[in-house]
Design a protein around this ligand. Structure first.
Ligand SMILES: [Zn+2]
Ligand SMILES: [Zn+2]
Length: 75
């Protein structure tokens, strides 16, 4: 899965826990959102895999393929 820069839509690089857009010289934090209610999902890390859980919207476990990823600027 390519993470695309919200500003210029170019593929970003993963570096030290966040994404970097080399074109814009900006850093972004990835945020996982529920596809149903667009509330932030809780990340459950188990056995090297990450599961996503919608607690605030009550949608339970969300498959990674359905998760909506957004990117927030880090300053
Ligand atoms: Zn960019
Ligand atoms: Zn939800």
């Amino acid at each position: 899965m390519d993470a695309l820069c919200p500003e210029c839509q170019q593929a970003m690089q993963w570096q030290k826990g966040h994404f970097i857009c080399e074109a814009c010289h900006k850093s972004y934090q990835q945020q996982a959102l529920c596809p149903e209610c667009h509330q932030p999902l809780e990340e459950l890390k188990a056995c090297g895999a990450v599961d996503y859980f919608c607690r605030s919207g009550g949608h339970g476990m969300v498959s990674k393929r359905r998760v909506v990823f957004t990117y927030q600027l880090i300053d």
